[in-house]
Every structure is written in structure tokens, then in C-alpha cells.
Write a protein that binds this ligand. Structure first.
Ligand code: MN
Length: 386
């Protein structure tokens, strides 16, 4: 009934994607058109590769209250996937409002779109052929701690419990299995476009919590990466920060074979506009031939002129029309004492702690550190339950 001959062949073909962040912009450039091109590509891939199941491992939207254009695009994407007769399994990420994304989930299930945003359903798989798909939505430890009687308020305790429910259900069914999860696995490489999820200063979960299933489709980190042969991040389909310069974006095409043999091949997504970083003196950047290839890039430029040139952004844009970010790092160092901690990609609590140290000349003590961490986590919890 769905996809290609599930009964004829034992292989199940899964397209693993995550972190669409629909509605996100890139330094004020709207990415909605580029995200629409990605959806077109996704549908073409489903058709060309005869995909059976598409999994979206969280952060469908960029924020809890996405703009209406982003909601329209998501609606179109799901409708087109249904029209391709492919099954779609979606979990919520830390950027999504689980309750809003999960609206009407029971009703939409009947159409072959499975929105798994409720931690109460982690042990209740979507079964396609003889493969069980378990959706573990992003788990804010504080929100599941009481219901699950967790031994600690940590991501590891939350995912460990979710995986124990998955394995208990799987043992009863004896099927092949795919798990969707949204988490920061130890050893994974982050970028500047993920929001920090630390609790008590810890964001990571060990890879070992995911044992016992055939494939784990991870979301959260925006660079594609392989944590093990069968545990992978697809990364975001588009670069969402300059720290992702040089990354190849796309999805994993995963064949879950008989006896759980898994093969994965990467399908690159269309690049709306390459991103790049340039550093040098203004005059050199404007005249050197070697920089010609950056003329169509979205650029972050760092100028090293000893004296800050006037009208720098305007002049840069006369050659590099899509310069989006500009900073200064004068040669010979500048003797001014400027307190400018690196912000991007660092946990909010660490930035706040740096601020305390900078303005007071002495680091926050244990009690102050605890208060700052609690405040940051409280704000995130507020947003998650908004
Ligand atoms: Mn994300």
C-alpha cells in the first residue's frame, strides 16, 4: 500500500533528515525560498530513490511560534509526502513547541504522517512492514523527571529511560527497528547554530544509551556525522551559521536490510548560496583575483586593517554583494581593553558567568553559578511549555 514493494523485498529504505528549522533566517536574509527548494529536492529524492519512510528527527520549525509562511511550507511538505505514498515519522526538537507541532497527531496518523511529540508514546512505535519506528521527541529532563521517576535531572537519565521503554516494546515484537532522537551525543561536533540544551552544565548523552536497535536517526547537531555505523546525524539541510562553512548538507539514505544489516549513503541537498569567511585588509579583499570565487557567497568578513576603514561594509558589498557580517581584528593588536567574549555557540550560562567575571574582576562563586544556570534552564523550560 505504501512505497515500493515492502513485501517483495526485505529491505526498507529510509530517508533520514532533521533540523529543517523552517522560518529561520540567516543574518536577516530569509531562507524560506531555499527551504522550499529543499522540500522540492526531498520529494524528488523520495521518488527517485523509491523511499519507503521519511524520518525527520526534530527542529522542524525554528521556534515555538513559527511564522505562518513556515507553517504553510511544512503543511505543503507533509501533503506532498503523503501524495508520494511514503510514510513520514516526525519528532519534535528543542526548538519546536511539542504540543503545537503535535496538534491533531492522532488524526494525521491515519494519513501516514506520524507526529511523535509526546514522551508518553516513546514505547509505541509506528510499524511499517516489519520495521518499528520509535520517536523519542526532545526530552527536557525537568518535564519527564516526575512521570518517569528519573534518578537524576539529566539528559542521560531521560534518554536511558526512553530507550528502556523502546527495548521493552521491541522485545515483545521481534521486529527490526529505527529510533528517532534529538540529543547531543558525546563526541559530536557542534556548530554556532544549535541552541544550548545543558542541564546543570551538561548537554551530552553517551552513545552507549542507544544500544539494541538497528538504526538511530539523530537530530540536533547541524553538521552531518557518523557516531557509529548505525547512529548518525543527518545535520541540517542548509547552513545556518558561518561555522558550517565547508560542510556538505543533505540527508542519509538508509537501507535497513534483513537481520538488521544497515547501509547508508549521503544525498547532498541543493545549496542555496555557499557560505564563506574571508579575512584580510580591505584593499586586498577588493582587488585580489583569488577572492573572485567568493563574489556570490554569503560572507562573514574580518578586516585586519590597523585602522578601521570608513564605509567598510558598503565598499565590501561593491564586490561581495552578499556580505552579511563584518568584524574587525586589527593587525598588531589593539591596546584598547575591550570585553567582548565569544558568544556564538557557547552555552548562555557560560556567557553570563564570563560577564560576571569581567565586570567584577572575580568569578562567580558556587552559589551564584548555580543561580545563573537555574535561571537559564528556567527560561528554556518556559519556552518549551509555551
Ligand atoms: Mn536544530
Amino acid at each position: 500500500m505504501y512505497g515500493r514493494g515492502l513485501l517483495a523485498s526485505g529491505d526498507m529504505r529510509v530517508l533520514h533528515t532533521s533540523d529543517w528549522h523552517l522560518g529561520r533566517s540567516f543574518h536577516r536574509e530569509s531562507l524560506l525560498a531555499a527551504q522550499g527548494v529543499f522540500v522540492d529536492h526531498l520529494i524528488e529524492t523520495v521518488r527517485a530513490e523509491r523511499v519507503d519512510v521519511v524520518v525527520v528527527s526534530g527542529d522542524v520549525y525554528d521556534r515555538a511560534l513559527p511564522p505562518v509562511d513556515a507553517v504553510d511550507l511544512c503543511n505543503q511538505a507533509l501533503r506532498r509526502l503523503v501524495a508520494e505514498r511514503v510514510r513520514t515519522v516526525v519528532i519534535s526538537g528543542n526548538h519546536d513547541s511539542a504540543r503545537r507541532l503535535g496538534f491533531g497527531a492522532d488524526l494525521i496518523d491515519a494519513a501516514g504522517v506520524h507526529l511523535r511529540t509526546d514522551p508518553g508514546r516513546v514505547g509505541d512505535p509506528v510499524v511499517v512492514g516489519d520495521v518499528a519506528f520509535y520517536g523519542i521527541p526532545y526530552l527536557e529532563p525537568e518535564m519527564v523527571r516526575a512521570a518517569w521517576r528519573l534518578p537524576a535531572r539529566t539528559h542521560t537519565a531521560a534518554i536511558e529511560h526512553a530507550m528502556s521503554l523502546v527495548r521493552a516494546d521491541l522485545a515483545r515484537r521481534g521486529l527490526r527497528s529505527v529510533v528517532l532522537a534529538h540529543a547531543f551525543v558525546t563526541g559530536g561536533r557542534g556548530s554556532d547554530s544549535e541552541r544550548d540544551i545543558s542541564v546543570g552544565g551538561v548537554a551530552h548523552v553517551p552513545l552507549s544509551v542507544f544500544y539494541g536497535v538497528d538504526y538511530v536517526a539523530l537530530g540536533h547537531l547541524h553538521g552531518r556525522q557518523r557516531m557509529s555505523e548505525t547512529v548518525r546525524y543527518s545535520g541540517s539541510p542548509i547552513a545556518y551559521s558561518f561555522s558550517e562553512t565547508g560542510q556538505v548538507k543533505g540527508s542519509w539514505l538508509v537501507d535497513v536490510g534483513a537481520r538488521g544489516r544497515v547501509g547508508a549513503e549521503f544525498v547532498p541537498a541543493p545549496v542555496p548560496r555557499p557560505v564563506g569567511r574571508l579575512k584580510g585588509r580591505l584593499e586586498n579583499l577588493l582587488t585580489s583575483a583569488e577572492h573572485a570565487r567568493y563574489e556570490d557567497h554569503w560572507l562573514q568578513v574580518t578586516l585586519t586593517d590597523p585602522v578601521r576603514p570608513k564605509g567598510a561594509m558598503e565598499r565590501l558589498r561593491s564586490r561581495f554583494e552578499h556580505t552579511l557580517a563584518l568584524s574587525f581584528d586589527p593587525e598588531g593588536g589593539d591596546r584598547e581593553v575591550v570585553v567582548r567574549p565569544r558568544l556564538a555557540g557557547r552555552p548562555e550560562a557560560e556567557v553570563a558567568l564570563d560577564f560576571v567575571r569581567a565586570v567584577r574582576g572575580e568569578a562567580a562563586d558556587a552559589e551564584e553559578t548555580r543561580l545563573i544556570r537555574e535561571a537559564v534552564e528556567f527560561c528554556r523550560l518556559k519556552e518549551a511549555t509555551a
